[in-house]
Design a protein around this ligand. Structure first.
Ligand code: ATP
Length: 267
């Protein structure tokens, strides 16, 4: 992988080109606007907190992936990716916490592992319920005061969130930072595809929101109409018929409606 400072410089450069693009669709224009807002929120967080005080909740999902990319851009913008002292440990610039599902997808695990390498993440992983995991994380990393989270308005409990919210009472104490709170589902995919950011392979199989293997299916809203001429049992292994592969579900980026995003989730 690229050295961290170079990676962040490239991401920053690509986002600058994206933000400067003119003659773009209204959809891209609104993502440009949302990107500026989010970078501004991250910048406020970097103004308020030092790096050891900041972390990012990362589970390989599309929303925290966008958040991570914006964070790396903002780190470059503030000159926080340069090490004047070559022996200083820049590997710990991006602190992350990952709470593993009780039944994780191998594809998600693989994408998180790849992300650690590509983006030099200092990621701690916990296999326990959210509250206990965050309590352990803060105990293991006592410098952390604020955690960037990729929640959006249309997520469960996202409706009344602000850019900065302390955790609710009864939860481990930290400030949640929500830079992408007002992004819509299509905005996320517009950004990821415009900037050509690698994402978890499950999204190409029709999954639109990732949980565990026991509670997550491909989104039924993305099911292809099955052709009446196909023999059903030959079609079973996700569409392999006569050597030609026709996936049964369209990719996640073809969904447009925010409220259909979780149709593949049990809860
Ligand atoms: P997707 O909805 O496609 O799964 P996502 O995981 O990024 O994408 P949500 O599931 O809506 O988004 O979760 C919102 C945010 O909460 C994530 O972006 C991430 O910051 C945080 N989060 C959720 N689950 C976890 C987890 N298990 N470990 C760490 N962070 C998490």
């Amino acid at each position: 992988p690229l050295p961290f400072h170079e990676l962040c410089a490239r991401i920053h450069g690509r986002i600058a080109v994206f933000l400067d693009a003119e003659d773009v669709s209204d959809r891209v224009k609104s993502v440009q606007e949302q990107t500026r807002v989010s970078l501004n929120v991250i910048d406020q967080a970097l103004e308020q907190y030092s790096l050891p005080e900041l972390s990012l909740a990362y589970n390989g999902g599309k929303d925290c992936l966008v958040l991570l990319i914006l964070y790396l851009c903002a780190l470059h913008d503030r000159g926080l990716t340069r090490t004047d002292n070559p022996s200083s440990n820049i590997d710990t610039a991006v602190q992350c916490v990952y709470i593993q599902d009780a039944h994780p997808f191998a594809e998600v695990e693989a994408f998180v592992a790849q992300s650690i390498k590509t983006y030099s993440l200092a990621l701690l992983e916990y296999a326990k319920p959210m509250k206990a995991a965050f309590a352990d994380y803060l105990r293991d990393t006592p410098s952390v005061k604020a955690i960037l989270v990729g929640t959006r308005r249309t997520d469960p409990h996202g409706e009344h969130l602000k850019h900065f919210d302390p955790t609710d009472s009864g939860w481990p104490k930290f400030v949640r930072v929500h830079p992408v709170i007002d992004w819509h589902y299509v905005d996320i995919w517009t950004f990821i595809r415009y900037l050509n950011i690698p994402y978890c392979t499950l999204y190409d199989l029709g999954y639109t929101s990732l949980g565990g293997t026991t509670d997550t299916q491909p989104n039924p809203a993305l099911a292809r109409q099955s052709s009446s001429q196909q023999v059903p049992q030959l079609d079973a292994a996700n569409g392999a018929v006569n050597g030609t592969s026709k996936p049964k579900f369209r990719p996640a980026y073809e969904l447009v409606d925010d409220y259909e995003e979780r149709l593949g989730r049990d809860r």
